[in-house]
Design a protein around this ligand. Structure first.
Ligand code: CMP
Length: 140
């Protein structure tokens, strides 16, 4: 097992309901360290650039409108197998399918407004971290 870094986003449905601290507690309880974090307001164009792999999906417009609707908290999580561990802590994309105790089971409102995003693989984690953070901002 190796120490990894992954990109996490606390989405507008969660920042609106003041859930940043409760979600961060889930990461920390699972042994993930929040080594970088900032609250930002995305434009729809920036959300579209971040989610460009989904550009052809029918939900792309809904997704990018939602991600630009209110502030998000972007963060880098570090730990043993952080990419997989974060995905476990988040739970399934659709909250109806997420295991009890996961962030999405407890907090997500729908498949679209599902409280958190996490990178799905080492290559995407690297790309997604550099989309939001410079090397100088990452102090492990
Ligand atoms: P995320 O992990 O951020 O990656 C892509 C996002 O697209 C996903 O979480 C959901 O928020 C969103 N998404 C996936 N499927 C749908 C859907 N059927 N309708 C609306 N949004 C979706």
């Amino acid at each position: 097992m190796a120490t990894e870094r992954t990109l996490s986003i606390i989405k507008p449905d969660a920042t609106r309901r003041n859930l940043t601290g409760k979600i961060n507690a889930k990461f920390e309880d699972a042994g993930l360290r929040i080594i970088a974090q900032k609250r930002i307001q995305l434009t729809k164009a920036q959300a579209g650039e971040f989610y460009k792999v989904h550009a052809e999906r029918p939900f792309f417009d809904e997704l990018t409108t939602f991600m630009a609707s209110e502030p998000v908290v972007v963060q880098v999580l570090e730990g043993e197998s952080a990419i997989a561990k974060n995905r476990e802590v988040m739970g399934a994309t659709n909250p109806a399918e997420a295991e009890a105790g996961t962030i999405r089971a407890e907090f997500a409102e729908s498949v679209g407004e599902n409280s958190v995003h996490g990178s799905d693989a080492p290559e995407t984690a690297k790309e997604e971290i550099s989309f939001f953070f410079s090397g100088l901002e990452l102090v492990g």
